[in-house]
Write a protein that binds this ligand. Structure first.
Ligand code: UDP
Length: 254
């Protein structure tokens, strides 16, 4: 499919104009960044895996009636999505203490939380995406009270669904980050899930060994990053058993 003009380039993805008005093409790069861009690498095949894993998850969420921006995967690295206005929040949902909440509140990594906790960060790279409260969000008009309510309800639903999906293949969903957008349909505006859901944006631990199968392998220099992402794809049945992924996914070009 012919791509239109590049409209945005982020750390791991590029957005192009889509073939129809109201559509965009989301291209998954192999670039990995962490610690607000301080650490960078190119991980061969990561974009291909994230495209496939995010397609799988978004398709399932669409099918349970949770609205997302996802329309269809076009090829190894691209998907067709609905154009939305991104709400400038990173919405984090946590089931188990890890990462920044462990540091901030002195919780041991791996300690189950008393209940699922949702946090909001203001999407602003220059500021390192600071944690904000609902007070900040409404005072600065980043989202309305109604949108916050919708976002919380949808995120808890995503959490329940993903927790089950991953538990069925022996993976613990520790936490994840999602983003939402405003979808304008005539007079109507709907809040829909946007961006991606992949091992770049989730913490996924093997249930029996505790092995990390997510971006912490990159952040913490554990090695085997794309191998871990392939393992997630293999367990979800996205790539075939015992072929090491590369063969099936043909990591080259596109
Ligand atoms: N996360 C993300 N993008 C970000 C920040 C966090 O996808 O810019 C994800 C991260 O992969 C983890 C969850 O959100 O699954 C919670 O991250 P945390 O706040 O613990 O941040 P970190 O420890 O990565 O700084």
């Amino acid at each position: 499919m012919a791509k239109g003009r590049k409209i945005y380039e982020g750390k791991a993805k590029i957005l192009y104009e889509g073939p129809e008005p109201g559509t965009l093409i989301q291209y998954f790069k192999d670039d990995a960044t962490a610690f607000n861009n301080e650490k960078r690498a190119v991980l061969d095949g990561k974009g291909v895996l994230n495209n496939r894993i995010s397609e799988f998850v978004m398709t399932q969420l669409n099918s349970i009636g949770l609205p997302t921006h996802f329309l269809k995967r076009l090829n190894m690295r691209e998907q067709l999505i609905k154009e939305v206005e991104i709400i400038p929040l990173e919405v984090i949902c946590r089931n188990v203490a890890a990462g920044s909440i462990s540091k901030r509140l002195g919780l041991e990594e791996g300690a189950p939380l008393p209940r699922s906790i949702i946090e909001f960060c203001y999407k602003k790279d220059e500021l390192g995406d600071p944690l904000v409260s609902e007070e900040h969000i409404t005072a600065f008009n980043w989202a309305s009270n109604q949108e916050i309510d919708d976002i919380i309800a949808m995120t808890l639903r995503v959490n329940d669904f993903l927790t089950g999906l991953f538990a069925a293949v022996g993976i613990k969903l520790v936490d994840f980050k999602v983003e939402y957008g405003r979808l304008y349909e005539g007079e109507m505006v709907r809040t829909v899930l946007a961006d991606e859901i992949s091992p770049d944006s989730c913490r996924l631990w093997d249930m029996s060994t505790g092995e990390k199968l997510d971006k912490d392998r990159f952040r913490r220099d554990l090695g085997g990053v794309t191998e871990a992402y392939s393992e997630v794809a293999r367990r979800l049945g996205i790539i075939k058993e015992d072929k090491g992924g590369a063969e099936i996914l043909s990591f080259g070009g596109e």
